[in-house]
Design a protein around this ligand. Structure first.
Ligand code: NAP
Length: 337
């Protein structure tokens, strides 16, 4: 597919930048696009003609993934932005890199996730799963909104949650697991619940703007994350052997929600694989959705919205997103070799 020109001369494409018929990419951003469901999604979307921007923390793995994206449908202008989602500074640097590219973003796929064996903390001092799986994506999404608004046609924010989001309500008293014994699968459940709460709060904010926020359980795949999830669980091996599918099968599911179904308004919907579903009760609570939004904004150092800004219980850390991260959190755009 030849490179496209989006927007008329003088039209505002993104972040208030004026363009005069300059060339822009039709881009999709995927976090953690170097393996598993993220790589499958990136391959599918590249095959649909999109230029991919992969946010990966491991440069070599990211380069290998980029090299596997070529397709006859794509101009092949894929990019890698080295990003550690365990650092708000790195997320901010990545967003700044993307803002510097001449792109309007057709879709953002918030895919990356971790499930460590023991409690660990992000560079900003948050429990790692809530930091990587939710807070980093909350921050990235908010920073990329201007470029999503500039997209040609509806743009989608697909946040990959899990059926495992079902369970207890979000614990605002102790989101960082400092007052209780750490239970890693429960921490995963809380972070995946946060993905759905976030999507539903976001959907209210973007309604009518041309952006659609969607949450997805992608299916069960035999990936590093699943191996970590079932490790130590009775029957875990059987789940991997008999239930889990090859990760490449996630590609069309994510790709279709991100770039297909163009005539449909998917804003605020939750999908179980490709099928619309009802999220768990704890995710449907609008007060929890808004409370999570406020906590996340305070935690990441985002400007409060009008009428917000009050003290939020559980935001034990100082705002972490402000000053960048000189200790290695910075994102670099890596040219495709
Ligand atoms: N697999 C399943 O059965 C299943 C089921 C339901 C939902 N999901 C969801 O699907 C999504 C993809 O999971 P997956 O199964 O494909 O997992 P995966 O193969 O283990 O891949 C996880 C991805 O996240 C990246 N990542 C982790 N921590 C990061 C960090 N600090 N900075 C940047 N990237 C980071 C990993 O990068 P590295 O390669 O550098 O580690 C990797 O690219 C997740 O949101 C998961 O919750 C999966």
């Amino acid at each position: 597919m030849p490179p496209e020109f989006h927007g008329k001369a003088g039209g505002i494409l993104s972040a208030g930048r004026k363009t005069a018929g300059r060339r822009t990419m039709r881009a999709v951003v995927v976090t953690g696009g170097n393996r598993g469901a993220g790589l499958a999604a990136a391959r599918n979307l590249a095959g649909r003609g999109y230029d991919m921007i992969l946010l990966c923390r491991d440069e070599q793995a990211g380069r290998r993934a980029l090299g596997s994206l070529h397709s006859p449908q794509s101009a092949g202008n894929h990019r890698l932005v080295a990003t550690d989602l365990a650092s708000f500074g790195s997320v901010r640097a990545a967003a700044a890199r993307i803002a510097g590219m001449e792109v309007s973003i057709s879709a953002l796929v918030n895919n990356a996730a971790c499930l460590p064996v023991r409690r660990a903390e992000s560079r900003d001092g948050f429990e790692l799963q809530i930091a990587v799986n939710h807070l980093a994506h909350f921050l990235l999404t908010n920073l990329l909104l201007p470029q999503l608004r500039g997209a040609d046609g509806p743009s989608r924010i697909i946040t990959i949650s899990s059926a495992a989001h079902s369970g207890p309500a979000f614990n605002f008293r102790d989101p960082n697991w400092e007052r209780r014994r750490y239970r890693r699968r429960r921490a995963y459940q809380q972070s995946k619940l946060a993905n759905v709460l976030f999507t539903l709060a976001l959907a209210r904010r973007v309604a009518g703007t041309g952006i659609q926020a969607v949450a997805l359980h992608p299916g069960v795949y035999d990936t590093g994350l699943l191996r970590s999830y079932v490790s130590g669980l009775p029957g875990g091996g059987a789940v991997r052997r008999f239930v889990a599918r090859d990760a490449h099968r996630a590609g069309p599911i994510v790709g279709e929600l991100a770039a297909g179904r163009r005539g449909e308004d998917l804003n605020g919907l939750y999908f179980d694989m490709g099928v619309r579903a009802v999220p768990a009760k704890a995710a449907r609570d609008p007060r929890a959705q808004e409370r999570l939004w406020r906590w996340s904004a305070a935690a990441t150092g985002l400007e409060p919205e009008a009428g917000e800004g009050e003290e939020v219980p559980g935001s034990a850390r100082p705002a972490g997103g402000g000053g960048g991260d000189p200790e290695g959190g910075g994102a670099r755009e890596l040219p495709l070799r």
